[in-house]
Design a protein around this ligand. Structure first.
Ligand code: FAD
Ligand code: FES
Length: 506
């Protein structure tokens, strides 16, 4: 199971990426084993297969069923946490490299969908940053100045195509893009297989180990894959307990799609200056109706359980800007990993030579995943890359120390929940469809009663490093606030970094 098996369903989910992929049922030996089949894992596998290496991709659920199936797929080369802040934290050259690498990722997607003839609705569009409430002139000025310092093509304009926004100042960024994420993954998967690569679904990787002359990946069914290199592209890394997880934090974000008449809003990417910000794009539908896809209302994972209110707020915000919207077709949520200095962690896993990691999407995981494929290809084939320092997983950004301390206070506060009372007096108080934490003696139990009355009891202790899980009533799953694991009501892992299910509380 994966995030695909959470309760809400995205606009993209009907597309199956590689439905015939089967579990790994024997030991295997390849050049590169990739763990995770989202945009990052499949992009890395594609590049290395294209270079003539033998690759195997392993996923714990269906191929492409992770957060990539829950994205909104803005393909942007702009730092959504602001270039001005990135320059403050890491300097002008790193911000320039960030833009260069994210632009290269969009170019690469454009090239692959052309050469592999992937019908994925790819198109180049402009991106627009605009204030949706209040006066944000200073923010726009600062961002325009930052863009000019690092050579980003941006210009100040007046007006965005929303009701009441014709005189609103905004920034326009050229050569951004968008596509249908799962149609693209389907094309990548076919491209990998056409070059002899193997895709294994429904196979949990339990261990990734560097050996004397290569790597070894062990799975839940007892089979192993030996390789020269391993790439851990599980969104939140399963092979790390501290080094990377203390430098990033998980956030839940919400998305909806509405029917919209074709041409009502010009095709483009739109995002506002709020914190958390709203993000809007279009997707072509059949006949004369398209979809307007909107996202936002983020909160730290596990810090709120009010998905319905988040969707209402998102719908209100959207209808204020676009009053002539049609019906809501899909509503879904997912998770992004925010790093303390806005760039992902991509490269050699700290302490390893032959194990690479891709994580820290910072809400821009589609382009980060593809940038990762270019960076890791260069590290494997050429030994180095000009982007290595920017994304170096072991880096410490001293100027981000404040964010580092604040993100890590979540884990410290979380452990104190073990001594708190349960959320309800006893399991008998649980109504059908409800989940809650119950104290049973010294043990905290994550309990859920199904609509038909079936009771599920699991330990409330996350199997990653033991934080206390929180109920998510929208997705009907248990979310771990510390590093982003999600568990189904029967304890099965839906999203890493956890590998093992929630334990039986006895
Ligand atoms: C609502 C929403 C909107 C977003 N909008 C945008 C956007 O507009 N633009 C953008 O760039 N980004 C966006 N993002 C972020 C982006 O979608 C993600 O960062 C990106 O899809 C992550 O890709 P990935 O390959 O790293 O992870 P995933 O797609 O999650 O893939 C990781 C895979 O690893 C597998 N796995 C995990 N553990 C194991 C294990 N033990 N064994 C085997 N397999 C394992 C999982 O099953 C999963 O399939 C958005 C995210 C959300 C949720
Ligand atoms: S995800 Fe790390 S403790 Fe739960």
């Amino acid at each position: 199971m994966t995030a695909h098996d959470e309760r809400t369903v995205s606009l993209w989910a009907a597309i199956k990426v590689a439905p015939d992929a089967a579990p790994l049922r024997q030991d295997d030996h390849v050049d590169v084993v990739v763990v995770g089949s989202g945009i990052a894992g499949l992009s890395v596998a594609y590049e290395l297969a294209l270079a003539g290496l033998k690759v195997a991709v392993i996923d714990r659920g269906r191929i492409g069923g992770g957060m990539t199936a829950r994205t909104t797929a803005h393909l942007t080369s702009i730092c959504d946490d602001y270039f001005s802040k990135l320059i403050d934290l890491r300097g002008r050259e790193m911000a320039r490299l960030f833009h260069e690498s994210q632009s290269a990722a969009i170019d690469r997607i454009e090239a692959i969908q052309e050469t592999e003839a992937v019908a994925c609705d790819f198109r180049r569009v402009d991106g627009f940053l605009f204030p949706s409430t209040g006066d944000q002139e200073a923010t726009l000025d600062r961002e325009l100045d930052a863009a000019r310092q690092i050579g980003v093509d941006a210009e100040r304009i007046t007006g965005v195509p929303f009701a009441g926004f014709s005189a609103t100042p905004a920034l326009r960024y050229s050569r951004q893009a968008t596509f249908h994420p799962l149609k693209y993954l389907r094309g990548l998967a076919a491209g990998i297989r056409a070059r002899g690569g193997m895709l294994y679904s429904e196979t949990v990787v339990e261990e990734v180990e560097e050996t004397k002359d290569g790597v070894r990946v062990a799975t839940d069914a007892g089979f192993e894959v030996a390789a020269m290199w391993a790439v851990v592209a599980t969104n939140s890394p399963i092979n790390d307990r501290v080094a990377l997880h203390t430098k990033q934090a998980p956030y839940r974000t919400y998305a909806m799609s509405f029917e919209i008449g074709r041409g009502l809003i010009p095709d483009g990417l739109y995002w506002d200056t709020e914190d958390p910000y709203h993000y809007v794009r279009l997707q072509r539908g059949d006949n004369e109706t398209d979809f307007l896809v909107v996202g936002g209302e983020d909160h730290k994972t596990g810090a709120a359980d009010d998905g319905e209110e988040r969707f209402s707020a998102l719908a209100d915000w959207t209808k204020r800007l676009v009053p002539n919207l049609g019906v809501v077709t899909h509503r879904w949520s997912g998770q992004v990993m925010e790093t303390i200095d806005y760039a992902g962690f991509i490269g050699r896993n700290p302490g390893n030579e032959r194990v690479f990691v891709v994580t820290g999407d910072s809400g821009e995981g589609m382009t980060h995943g593809v940038a990762a494929s270019l960076l890791i290809r260069a590290l494997v084939l050429d030994g180095d890359s000009g982007w290595r320092g920017l994304y170096e997983p072991s880096r410490k950004t001293l100027r981000a120390i404040g964010d580092y301390l604040s993100e890590n206070s979540t884990a410290i506060k979380n452990f104190s929940e073990y001594v708190a009372p349960g959320e309800i007096e006893s399991i008998d108080a649980l109504r059908p469809g409800e989940g809650a934490i119950v104290r049973e003696g010294l043990t905290k139990v994550a309990a859920f009663r199904d609509d038909d009355g079936t009771l599920y009891r699991r330990s409330a202790s996350c199997t990653h490093v033991g934080c206390h899980v929180h109920w998510n009533s929208l997705e009907r799953c248990w979310d771990c606030p510390c590093h982003g694991s999600h568990f189904a009501v029967d304890g099965t892992v839906l999203n890493g970094p956890a590998v093992s299910p929630l334990a039986d509380p006895g």
